[in-house]
Write a protein that binds this ligand. Structure first.
Ligand SMILES: Cc1cc2nc3c(=O)[nH]c(=O)nc-3n(C[C@H](O)[C@H](O)[C@H](O)COP(=O)(O)O)c2cc1C
Length: 206
């Protein structure tokens, strides 16, 4: 089983990465493979709302979003990490997730996910709530920890000194591993994923 951890920060080895690495190490200790997927420094355009992806099942802008959507098919669970920018998730990961979830939600459904946020001081829970909304509209089981999944610091050294934050990351990894094993056992025992009803789209227009 494999979990992909997305680093939504432009800093390859920064604070968000430090938190994700702690989760990844715990996952590995529990027998789960991990890959860190870096969004990097290049700009990621936001969703143009063109709707082409409904026909083609990929984004018209053929970039890292389409690349991830393919890779995601091979994963069993996801951690999406972001720095807090002005009490929200970073612009880069917001664009990435808007476009990814618009067409790939079906492929991600029923795979557990969690958000991790990294801030110097404030806005963590707002950013955390924002990221969790992608999962809860996509039939993805949300994995929790002993606290909201946040770390504090302006650099990796400070993040490592956030002992409670690091502990929260380890518990998140352990909980994700536990849930993945439960899902695997459930599959073997014949537990079926619920059949969706046809979508009753209701746009509040009378
Ligand atoms: C544009 C910008 C906005 C930021 N806004 C906040 C904020 O609202 N609250 C906060 O505590 N830290 C804020 N920070 C600091 C970062 O969230 C924090 O240093 C984070 O741990 C950096 O993670 P990274 O190294 O993975 O990029 C901001 C940083 C930047 C660059």
């Amino acid at each position: 089983m494999k979990v992909i951890l997305v680093n939504g920060s432009p800093h390859k080895n920064g604070c968000t990465y430090t938190a994700l690495t702690e989760v990844a190490t715990e996952l590995q200790k529990n027998g789960i493979d991990t890959d860190i997927f870096q969004l990097g420094k290049d700009a990621i355009p936001g969703c143009g709302g063109c709707g082409v992806c409904f026909e083609t099942h990929k984004c018209k802008v053929d970039d890292i979003v389409n690349e991830f959507a393919e890779i995601a098919k091979t994963a069993d669970g996801f951690i999406f990490g972001s720095p807090v920018h002005f009490a929200a998730a970073g612009g880069k990961i917001t664009s990435f997730m808007d476009r990814l979830f618009f067409f790939a939600r079906g492929d991600l459904a029923n795979k557990p996910a969690a958000a991790v946020v990294s801030c110097r001081r404030g806005g963590a829970s707002a950013a955390f709530d924002q990221l969790n909304k992608y999962f809860t509209i996509s039939n993805m089981p949300v994995v929790s920890s002993q606290y909201w999944n946040q770390v504090h610091g302006s650099n990796p050294e400070q993040v490592r000194k956030d002992l409670e934050g690091m502990q929260t990351m380890r518990r998140l990894g352990a909980n994700m591993a536990w849930l993945l094993k439960c899902i695997e056992s459930g599959k073997k025992a014949g537990v079926k994923i619920p059949e969706p009803e046809p979508w009753a789209q209701t746009d509040f227009i009378r």
